[in-house]
Structures are given as structure tokens and as C-alpha cells.
Design a protein around this ligand. Structure first.
Ligand SMILES: NC(=O)c1ccc[n+]([C@@H]2O[C@H](COP(=O)([O-])OP(=O)(O)OC[C@H]3O[C@@H](n4cnc5c(N)ncnc54)[C@H](O)[C@@H]3O)[C@@H](O)[C@H]2O)c1
Length: 455
């Protein structure tokens, strides 16, 4: 190797750091969904050149036409990013132009409720042939501890150009290596109390140099980065956060059921308890868990724990309680109709809110879907209203084929079920016009009416 080549090879980590800090690095985001698209826009806003990648040609075409497919992202934001150079493509050969690539693909469960890593695996296979020296690959998808090392890196190593491999501690960082890190997405959709850039970004590098590069990358868009010692620690951090939520929601759901039997208003109790300035964080009961994270992620850890013959009892118990909540709502509907001398069979029921939580356009794992299916199984005639969904067709776990019923038809229904407490609803008007309201979210608090049943 001549001295010029040697000089150009030296200090690639420093060179990459300089580029990342100077925002001259090119960044690719793979998977332009609820996580990847906002992340791309954040980088773009910060002046970083972004290339988006997705296998969904419909999404790529919409972005290329300056359109948005996520409700809370207006097309103007896409246009703005496009004017800064943001582009979307299905052509993975463009990976080789990027200094860093961030992977934001789905991590669902299989039919048997085991981790489905096929999206990560396919993505890794698509990246590998286009890897080059000094590049950084960051996985953001939520997953069990060990995925980056045991799944992602082996696929990248096996498929990368000859001689190139993932940097490991002890290797020459200026050699034929690329760098890998894990950094979980911690966004809370619909929660506007904390700006995205103010949510500290946890980063675990596969080796210290990988962590340094990933921190430099995210320092461009986050006010604070938090480095942990390994990819496994970063993966586990995300799971701890979500399991904490899942277990506490189960706890408050169980206490809600008990409180109702005891004639105590759990919402009043939570409001009182949260005045304690330490040691208590408020969680709220509801009709069940939804979204791509809380109902799913804990089971990634349960699955992995089996390798150590370890049974994650908290996760299983929380899952059991939370999964029972849609049935609890359906039972409350049956009881409420019964008190009006009606049966579920043949009753017309309007479910308000299809999204898994308020003010968002995300249906994934929504308890409303399960509630509707259970009511239909009991031979109810079910319709829905949701300002975020004009239609609800077919998804991974449901096939409803329904269109949104306007609220001015509310009086036609024997019972209205509040499944999601969207802010746009006028609850006083809903109660006034409905025959009977079963409220699983305490959305009607403060409204006095014998028509309301809380559940
Ligand atoms: N949505 C959230 O609020 C949230 C919050 C924190 C973490 N997460 C995690 O982030 C990850 C992504 O979630 P999401 O909600 O953005 O999912 P999503 O389904 O909205 O988006 C994923 C995108 O990846 C694309 N994709 C799938 N396979 C691909 C491949 N092989 N190559 C390129 N693109 C591919 C899909 O077409 C889709 O556009 C998941 O692991 C999830 O658990 C999500």
C-alpha cells in the first residue's frame, strides 16, 4: 500500500466525526413509518442531508410527490424537507452514498407471540452489499437484548463486500471496518408536552468508537445523548421503560376493577395520589393496551429470558390483566344493555374512537378492534366513529371493512361505547344525544347523567 493510500485510510473515525459534527455527513433512514419519517424530518430541519429508504412503493411515491401519510405530519413539512434535499427511494444501492444509516423497521410478534425479526433480517440483507469502510449503522427498532450482536451484525458481516466487517473492541478502527450501534426510539405519539429533541437519546455502541460516532450523529438533533456501555444495555433500557409502563397500566386496571366493586372512583383516587411529590407516577386505566410498543415489546424479553430458563412473571401477569380489559368493556356493555332490558344480540352499538389512544391516527393493536370483534361475535350490530379514520379495512389481526358513521346518527344506537377519548369529541353533546353511554376512559367526567356507565 503506498503512503498516499495509507494516509487516506488513517483516522477514519476522526474524519467521520468531523463530518457528522459539521453536518456534512449524509444520513440514510431505512423504514419511513411512524418512527423513521419524523426522524428524517428532524435531521432535515437540522440541516443534515437525508436519504429515506422503504420497500413500500406507495409511501415512497407519496413522499416524492411531497405528500404525507401520517396525520400529524402536514405535507408542508415534507415539502420543506424536500427543499432541503430529502428524498425517498426503494433503491438500496444508494446506501453506499451514506455516511450513516439508521434502521427503523417494524418488530412485531409472530402468530405464536414470539419476536418476528424478519423485517430487521431483510433490512440487514439489503444493506450489507452496499456497506463501505467507516460507515455507521444504527438500529432503532425495539427488540430484545442481543439482537444487534446476534442478528444484525452477523448478517451485515456475511453479506458485506469482501474484507469488510463490523468493528469490534480491540480491532484497528482505521481498518476495513464499519461501525454499529443501537439507539432506541423513545417517542410518545400524541404527547406534545416534551419536544422530540428534548427526549434524551440513549446510545449503545458496539465498541467505544461506534458509540462515539452514533453520539455525534444524534447530537445534531437531540439536546442530550446518554451513552451506555453496550448495544445490549441500550436494547434493555427501552424494554425496561416499556415494561414499566405495561406493568403499571395493568396494576391500575386491576385496581379500577376492584374500586368499581367497592364503589370507589379510581380516577378520583389517581388524582389524589398524584399530588404526592415523590414516589408515585400516575398511570390511567382503559379498555386495554394498544400501539406497536407496549402490548408487544415486553414479550420480546419474555421470549429471550427462556434462554436462561427464566420466567418473567411480572410481564406475564401484566399481559394477562391488560389483555382481559376489552372483555371487561364488552361485559360492561352487556350489563348496561341488560339494565335497559336489551341484549347485546341484535343491539346497535356505536364505538367511539378506533385509534389505540387519543388524538393519533394509529390503529395498531388498538383495543377498539378487539371490542368490535367481540361485540360482533355476540351478534351486536356494530358501527364506529373516529375523526382520524374514514374507513377501517384489513390489518394484520383484523378484517372489519367498515366506514365511519357520522355522529349526527348517534341517537339511532342502543349504546355508545367510548373506547378512545379523542379531544375533538364534544362529550356533553354525545351524552345528550345518546341513549346509553359506556365510558371506558372517564371522558365524560363532570357530566351528570343516568345514561352514563363507567367501566
Ligand atoms: N410508533 C411508535 O410510536 C414507536 C415508538 C418507539 C419505538 N418504536 C419502534 O420503532 C420501530 C418502527 O416502528 P414504526 O411505528 O415506525 O413502524 P411502521 O410500520 O410505522 O414503519 C416501518 C416502516 O418500515 C418499512 N419497512 C419494512 N420492512 C422494510 C425493509 N426491509 N426495508 C425498508 N423498509 C422496510 C415499512 O414499509 C414501514 O414504512 C419498531 O421496532 C417499533 O417498535 C415505535
Amino acid at each position: 500500500m503506498n503512503s498516499a493510500t495509507l494516509a487516506s485510510r488513517a483516522h477514519q473515525v476522526e474524519r467521520q466525526l468531523d463530518k457528522l459534527q459539521a453536518k456534512t455527513a449524509k444520513v440514510g433512514v431505512i423504514g419511513l413509518g411512524y418512527v423513521g419519517l419524523p426522524l428524517s424530518l428532524l435531521f432535515s430541519e437540522a440541516g443534515v442531508a437525508i436519504q429515506g429508504f422503504d420497500i413500500d412503493t406507495a409511501k415512497v411515491s407519496q413522499l416524492e410527490e411531497g405528500k404525507s401519510y401520517i396525520f400529524r405530519i402536514p405535507p408542508t413539512e415534507i415539502e420543506m424537507a424536500r427543499s432541503q434535499g430529502f428524498r425517498a427511494t426503494t433503491d438500496f444501492s444508494k446506501i453506499s452514498d451514506q455516511d450513516a444509516v439508521i434502521v427503523c423497521v417494524p418488530t412485531p410478534l409472530t402468530e405464536h407471540r414470539d419476536p418476528d425479526l424478519s423485517f430487521i433480517e431483510r433490512t440487514a440483507e439489503s444493506i450489507a452489499p452496499w456497506l463501505r469502510r467507516g460507515q455507521l449503522v444504527v438500529l432503532e427498532s425495539t427488540t430484545y437484548p442481543g439482537t444487534t450482536e446476534e442478528v444484525l451484525i452477523p448478517i451485515l458481516n456475511a453479506g458485506s463486500p469482501e474484507g469488510l466487517c463490523a468493528y469490534e473492541e480491540g480491532m484497528d478502527p482505521d481498518g476495513d471496518v464499519f461501525f454499529v450501534a443501537f439507539s432506541p426510539e423513545r417517542e410518545d405519539p400524541g404527547n406534545n408536552t416534551v419536544a422530540r429533541r428534548d427526549i434524551p437519546k440513549v446510545i449503545g455502541g458496539h465498541g467505544a468508537h461506534s458509540g462515539r460516532l452514533a453520539s455525534a450523529l444524534y447530537n445534531n438533533i437531540f439536546a442530550k445523548t446518554v451513552s451506555v456501555s453496550s448495544t445490549q444495555a441500550a436494547e434493555m433500557t427501552k424494554l425496561l421503560e416499556n415494561i414499566y409502563r405495561c406493568v403499571n397500566i395493568a396494576l391500575v386496571n386491576e385496581l379500577k376493577i376492584l374500586s368499581q366493586k367497592m364503589g370507589i372512583d379510581i380516577w378520583e383516587v389517581i388524582d389524589a395520589a398524584k399530588t404526592k411529590p415523590f414516589g408515585f407516577q400516575a398511570f390511567y386505566p382503559g379498555p386495554g393496551l394498544g400501539g406497536h410498543c407496549i402490548p408487544i415489546d415486553p414479550f420480546y424479553l419474555s421470549w429471550k429470558a427462556r434462554e436462561w430458563n427464566f420466567h418473567t412473571r411480572f410481564i406475564e401477569l401484566a399481559g394477562e390483566i391488560n389483555e382481559g380489559m376489552p372483555r371487561y368493556v364488552v361485559q360492561a356493555v352487556a350489563n348496561a344493555l341488560n339494565s335497559h332490558r336489551k341484549s347485546i344480540n341484535g343491539s346497535r352499538i356505536l364505538v367511539l374512537g378506533m385509534a389505540y389512544k387519543k388524538d393519533i391516527d394509529d390503529l395498531r393493536e388498538s383495543p377498539s378492534l378487539e371490542i368490535i370483534e367481540m361485540l360482533q361475535d355476540e351478534k351486536a350490530i356494530v358501527e364506529y366513529n373516529d375523526p382520524y379514520f374514514a374507513t377501517v379495512g384489513r390489518g394484520r389481526h383484523y378484517d372489519l371493512g367498515m366506514t365511519c358513521t357520522p355522529l349526527d346518527r348517534i341517537a339511532e344506537f342502543d349504546c355508545v361505547v367510548i373506547a378512545t377519548d379523542h379531544s375533538d369529541y364534544d362529550y356533553a353533546s354525545i351524552v345528550k344525544n345518546a341513549q346509553l353511554v359506556v365510558d371506558s376512559r372517564n371522558a365524560t367526567r363532570g357530566i351528570e347523567s343516568t345514561k352514563i356507565v363507567h367501566c
